[in-house]
Every structure is written in C-alpha cells, then in structure tokens.
Design a protein around this ligand. Structure first.
Ligand SMILES: *Cc1c(COP(=O)(O)O)cnc(C)c1O
Length: 404
C-alpha cells in the first residue's frame, strides 16, 4: 500500500490570500457600488516592454521555420543569455562570476524551493521573520523543520530572526548557529534592505561559522541607494558561502512569461562535494530548460533599448511607492520600505492587529492590502501595500486613506 509524504500533513493551511479573496468578495457583493482598489498581491501590472515583445515575436517566427527551429534548450541555459547575465549583472559591477556558474531556470520561486535538495537531512535553516513563505514550506515538505506550534506560528527546528522596527529590519546573528541562512534583500514583505557593509558582516559570519547563505535578489532592480549591494558577490568572500537567486519577474514583468536564474559559484564546496556540480546534476536530471523564446526575451532585457525601457518601468512603480509612502506619512502613519523595493510596510494605527486593519481599510477606504501577520509572527501589527498597481489607482487609494 502506498504511503504519502507525511510532511505535507504538517503544513498549516496557507489561508492568507484565500482569506483576503473571501473577505473582498463578501464586501463587494454587499456593496456593489463601491470601487475596490487592490494594493495587495505582489504581481506586476505594466505590459511587457517593446524591446521584449519584439524579441518574443522574432523568436516565435524562428520556431516556425525548420532552419531556425529550436528544440530542447541546454539544461543550464543558452550561452547568449548566460553571457548577457554575467556581463551585465556581475562583471560590470566588479563581481567575479563566470557563465558556467549561472543556471537559467523558469523563475526564482521554484529555485528558492528546490535549492534545499542540496542540503543534508538534518540541516538547520534560519529565516527572517516576516518572510516569503516558500523557503520554510519547501523545507517542511522535505521533513527538516520539526513540529509546528500553532500558538507561536513557529517550527521547532527553524531559527527565526525577527525583523521589526525595533532593529530597523536588520536581521541579527542568531544565538544558535544555523547551517543555512535565507536572506531576501531588498525584502518582500517589508520593503526594507540593509547596507552593503551590513551584508558584508553576514558574509563574514557565514564564512566563520561554515553556513551557506541563500540570497534572494528578486527586487535588486528597485535599489535606489548607493550603499546597497546589487549582488551578494559584491561582498568579499561571498564566493565561498553564498548562492544567489534572481528573477525576471519584478524587474521586467515576466511573472507570466517565467524566467530566472541561480548563481552557484565553483568555490562553494563541502569536503569533496562541489555545490555547482551538484546543482548542475540536479538541473540536468529534473529540469529540461527554460523555453528558447523566453530566453531570447530575457536577452532583450539586457539590450540598450530593453535596459532603457525597463528603467522607466521600474521608475513608474517606484513613483507609486513614493506616492504611497508620502501619502501615508502625511496621514500620520509610521511607514517603512518603499525606497529600494516596491513594497510599503506600515505600522497599523491604534494597536489594531494586522487583520483588524485589513477590515478597517477595506470597509472605510475600499482599499485591499496584505496583513503583515500572514508573513510570520513578527509581521503582526504591520501591513503591506504594493506599488505594482497603476498610478491612477495608487493616487486614488491614497486620497481615500488620507481622508479617513
Ligand atoms: C516575486 C518573488 C520571487 C520571484 O518569483 P518568480 O518565480 O521568479 O516569479 C522570488 N522571491 C521573492 C521573495 C519574490 O517576492
């Protein structure tokens, strides 16, 4: 008789976005005349840039012609894309990363979930709290996290690093030494980040204790401040302790196109085992490559026209971010983020909890956001608004909030 992987039974239900949808649906059926503005989900709204559309059309035409047709892509990605990534994202920034350390994939969510296949079964992971839920849940499915305590909302075998206004959202080195540390910077959900010298301290710490850092750089394109690293490999020593995950979803609007990559430096070793060789083996066995058409679209992200158009797209969202941030500040809120990331993290007023504020905002301003408590216990009392809406909706939402 077959048995299931019992670890799945340990997962608490992820009610966050389904609860939000239920509440919004109930409100709109009771109030059909009210126009709801959604600043909740972290998905982009702007169309693909013209340079990307052009590259897609061209690649589609190539697929319709026997001479230029492409079948299976190379497991690790086409050279044209890996070379463009290495040049633009690493070598131009002074980072020592080579094309054979880049693994092209269909996005950072799957890589951030799958990378734990490289870790030993008894690996102890550390995560920021609040956190993007994928890192912990993937380790739960692999049986690594111990038992869940519904009261504390914590797993017995996971190290949590609270990131709150008390520590300025900078994770502190945990008391217990972790084997693997997940860092997402600039951060989803808090929209905050740390300076390059603070990141260097994490790299030094990881090298000292022999830990591996999984560095999620999905929001790198939104960095506006000079003292923030665009890659962990800007830090000295990162080649021996860090894997970097990148996505084309947030910088180029590829959420529905699907493309990402993972950097595994060849200096990353444990004994005789090379993590680069292991990830290559894993990729070759379990993944058959991102589509040719999509990789050509990814290449266009690095063209002169593509870069210029995407800079504008990021600026469009960041104008929304400053509209939200300024508007909330004017209305007397305490706000964080929104400078190096398209998320604004606000402290709920008058000691409302995250869900109370959700209801208050929905009912009185008809604006939907995301309760901070959905991202971890330290998110309680906070609330996330995203800058991924249209400018018009963002302005309208803030006008409503200001007049509450
Ligand atoms: C959006 C996001 C990603 C990107 O996921 P894709 O699968 O590439 O779309 C990765 N990490 C975080 C924290 C994100 O918010």
């Amino acid at each position: 008789m077959f048995q299931v992987n019992d670890n799945f039974q340990k997962l608490p239900g992820s009610y966050l976005f389904s609860t939000i949808a239920k509440k919004v649906n109930a409100f709109s059926s009771a109030n059909p005349d009210k126009k709801i503005i959604r600043l909740g989900i972290g998905d982009v709204t702007q169309p693909l840039a013209p340079a990307i559309i052009e590259a897609l059309h061209k690649a589609v035409d190539e697929m319709g012609n026997a001479e230029t047709f492409h079948g299976y892509a190379p497991d690790l990605g086409y050279d044209f894309l890996r070379n463009a990534i290495v040049k633009n994202d690493y070598q131009d920034r002074g980072c020592d990363i080579q094309a054979d350390e880049i693994f092209v994939s269909d996005g950072a969510k799957s890589d951030s979930a799958d990378i734990q296949e490289l870790f030993a079964a008894d690996t102890k992971i550390a995560v920021c709290d609040p956190v993007y839920p994928v890192y912990v849940d993937a380790n739960v499915m692999a049986g690594r996290t111990g038992t869940y305590n519904p009261d504390t909302q914590m797993w017995s075998n996971v190290i949590y690093m609270p990131c709150t206004k008390e520590n300025n959202f900078v994770p502190e080195f945990p008391k217990e030494t972790p084997d693997v540390i997940y860092l997402c910077l600039p951060n989803n959900p808090t929209g905050t980040t740390i300076t390059k010298s603070q990141l260097q301290e994490w790299v030094d710490y990881a090298n000292k204790v022999g830990a591996l850092i999984i560095y999620d750089g999905a929001y790198e394109a939104y960095i506006s401040e000079d003292d923030v690293a665009h890659s962990i490999y800007e830090c000295e020593g990162a080649r021996t302790c860090a894997i970097e995950l990148k996505s084309f979803s947030k910088n180029a609007g590829f959420t529905g196109v699907r493309l990402g990559y993972t950097v595994v430096p060849k200096d990353l070793k444990r004994g005789e085992a090379s993590l680069n060789a292991m990830w290559a083996r894993r990729h070759g066995t379990k993944f058959n490559g991102a589509p040719y058409i999509v990789q050509r679209a990814g290449e266009a992200v690095y063209s002169e026209a593509g870069k210029a158009q995407l800079k504008e797209q990021v600026a469009y969202y960041m104008k929304n971010a400053s509209t939200i941030k300024q508007g909330l500040q004017d209305a007397g809120y305490t706000v964080f983020g929104g400078v190096n990331a398209p998320y604004i993290w606000l402290k709920t007023p008058e000691n409302m909890n995250s869900w109370e504020f959700f209801d208050y905002l929905l009912e009185n301003a008809n604006v939907v956001g995301t309760p901070g408590s959905g991202f971890g216990p330290s998110g309680e009392g906070y609330f996330r608004l995203t800058a991924f809406g249209t400018y018009e909706n963002t302005v309208a939402a803030l006008d409503r909030i200001k007049s509450l």
